[in-house]
Design a binder for this molecule. Structure first.
Ligand SMILES: [Zn+2]
Length: 169
């Protein structure tokens, strides 16, 4: 069964109906994600809810979007895909995990889909955004060719005049 993205759902019921939620979240639905990243594409959601064992619902699927982050090496902004595989279980309040999977208590509680998606994307997001190794350098560590040019410009000449300007007359 395929449904448009619901705003909320009850995990147990979604699991019993083996619902697939497939679509894109509306713009502005993930404000916490937007604090860290500038979204360049809608957040796409593809999740399957299914009953698992006696009292669990297993949720699997993928979430994705494209974001602008800031490279922590060269400090330049760059666009990158942000994708997360989801594999979590919903269980009763007193659930104890018997597997590697995260268990979220609240199988019978109303689940805000956008919040859940946002949580999972934030969990899966890299803590440090970086360009691929070797494709950029930190500011000040200019590539060889540019370093030669900078050397001819007397790199400390400007610094000296800036310091000089700060001295009182
Ligand atoms: Zn970089």
């Amino acid at each position: 069964m395929r449904h448009p993205l619901p705003e909320t759902l009850i995990p147990r019921r979604a699991g019993q109906q083996a619902i697939t939620v497939n679509g894109a979240l509306p713009e502005g639905a993930t404000p916490r994600l937007a604090e860290s990243y500038t979204l360049r594409a809608p957040v796409t959601v593809n999740l399957l809810f299914d009953t698992y064992g006696d009292d669990r619902v297993l949720v699997t699927g993928q979430l994705g979007t494209r974001v602008m982050g800031q490279c922590q090496r060269c400090l330049e902004p760059f666009e990158t895909g942000l994708e997360t595989e989801v594999e979590v279980e919903f269980g009763p309040e007193d659930s104890i995990s018997d597997s590697e999977r995260e268990i979220i208590p609240g199988i019978d509680k109303v689940l805000n889909l956008a919040e859940f998606v946002e949580d999972e994307l934030l969990l899966g997001a890299p803590m440090v955004a970086l360009h691929d190794e070797g494709t950029c350098v930190p500011p000040g560590e200019a590539p060889v060719q540019e370093a030669v040019v900078a050397g001819r410009r007397r790199p400390f000449g400007e610094l000296g005049s800036l310091l000089g300007r700060k001295e009182p007359d």
